[in-house]
Design a protein around this ligand. Structure first.
Ligand code: ATP
Ligand code: MG
Length: 395
């Protein structure tokens, strides 16, 4: 069996989200090393048809890590013998057994009149996707259970048979919690983001009962589980993770996006062990708009949110400080069984460093856990902080 790692390798340039974009723009980057290179041209090839998915005409694109663009002539590959090894490999990856969970119709229908925010079509969302449906995928094993439905490992039926995570959300449940707008915001924000440490949302579609999000497959699962399993991470691993989160946050902030809910539960791990920030449900895309909503779990809340003051992008800097502390220690700095105590400690920035922490690690965390948001270390400086650099250079 081919390894999933080799297959779903580097999906980052995938772009299937734009209006009328063909399905063949799904990632061909999962071609493992040593796989014969697809045809490379400087200009796009003449589009070729893709019967299975019903799109009129399509070409399949493949971007390299740099800026150059490779064009992958999928029709040629389909005709040629043997078929592209990447396709073959994808087919041989075991996506696990489907538990039938998507076929049991237990939820009432929600019309777009009841929930206009869930009428996710081109007339209502700025970045429409091509028409997808559940029939376009082979559904494999459940990857996890979200608040509004399961997440499945899936593979597109049409070549090159990409592997993705398909997140289902039941509309009736979303409506019950008044979370339609939040989901919409999550989609609108995540669709536009392209960073190796930010989980890609490739597209979405919906039926009468559910919304489906086509997500990048994070092959190593949840960071939270890893932390639970290991107790704590080594300084080297913690520093590498802190760097990746700082890099991702720096990118998000450059796009005027504040995540606001950074914590181990919202970070997944990719096939190559790289972190993927997920869960954009609480993020805001509002330059200059400093909101007062209290959100997030107490452990990661910054003083300005605990004190219900206005807050901005520096909430993410604070969360990075808490996260780094938790990586090294196994529990966050303001943890307390009593929520009120925890909030009080946060408001006073009252925490202790364990003896095991290195001085330069303390220096970094201390510079992020500052009461005054503006005094928190800029993310670009986090990335070159001596503690981070020390471990990055040790590879
Ligand atoms: P919650 O509110 O409990 O966090 P949620 O609605 O945000 O749930 P997710 O956290 O997105 O749902 O997904 C639930 C679980 O499914 C995750 O904890 C993870 O184990 C798995 N999962 C989600 N997305 C992916 C993915 N892209 N790749 C691999 N596994 C995933
Ligand atoms: Mg989640």
């Amino acid at each position: 069996m081919a390894s999933v790692t080799g297959l779903t390798h580097k999906f980052t340039s995938l772009d299937i989200s734009k209006s009328n974009e063909p399905v063949a723009k799904l990632p061909t980057k999962f071609a493992a090393p040593n796989v014969p290179r697809p045809k490379v041209t400087s200009k796009p090839t003449v589009p070729v048809g893709y019967s299975k998915l019903g799109s009129k005409a399509s070409s399949s694109s493949l971007k390299t890590q740099g800026t150059s663009k490779l064009i992958y002539d999928s029709a040629k590959t389909e005709k040629s013998k043997p078929p592209n090894p990447a396709h073959k490999r994808s087919e041989s990856v075991d996506i696990g057994s489907y538990d039938g969970g998507l076929d049991s119709d237990t939820h009432e229908h929600v019309s777009s009149e009841d929930a206009p925010d869930l009428a996710l079509d081109s007339s209502t969302l700025s970045t429409p996707t091509r028409t997808w449906s559940l029939h376009d995928f082979d559904v494999g094993r459940p990857l996890g259970k979200g608040k509004y439905g399961r997440v499945y490992m899936v593979r597109t039926k049409a070549p090159p048979r990409y592997i993705l995570a398909l997140k289902t959300l039941y509309k009736a449940e979303l409506v019950k919690d008044c979370n339609e707008r939040q989901l919409r915001r999550e989609i609108e924000i995540q669709m536009h983001l392209r960073h190796p440490n930010v989980l890609r949302l490739y597209g979405y579609f919906h039926d009468s009962q559910r919304v489906f999000l086509m997500l990048e497959f994070a092959g190593q699962g949840e960071l939270y589980r890893q932390l639970l399993k290991q107790g704590r991470f080594t300084p080297r691993r913690s520093a590498s993770y802190a760097y990746q989160v700082a890099d991702a946050l720096s990118y998000l902030h450059s796009k005027s996006c504040i995540h606001r809910d950074i914590k181990p539960e919202n970070i997944l791990i990719g096939l190559n062990g790289e972190l993927k920030i997920a869960d954009f449900g609480w993020s805001v895309h509002a330059p200059g708009d400093r909101r007062k909503t209290l959100c997030g779990t107490p452990d990661y809340l910054p003083p300005e949110m605990v004190l219900r003051k206005e807050h901005g992008k520096f909430v993410d800097h604070w969360a990075l400080g808490v996260l780094t502390y938790e990586f090294l220690h196994g529990s966050p700095p303001f943890e307390d069984k009593n929520r009120q105590n925890s909030m009080r400690k946060i408001a006073r920035v009252e925490f202790k460093f364990p003896n095991t922490f290195e001085e330069d690690a303390k220096d970094l965390i201390g510079k992020l856990l500052r009461f005054e948001p503006e005094e928190r270390l800029p993310l670009t400086e986090v990335m070159v902080h001596p503690w981070i650099v020390k471990y990055r250079n040790k590879n």
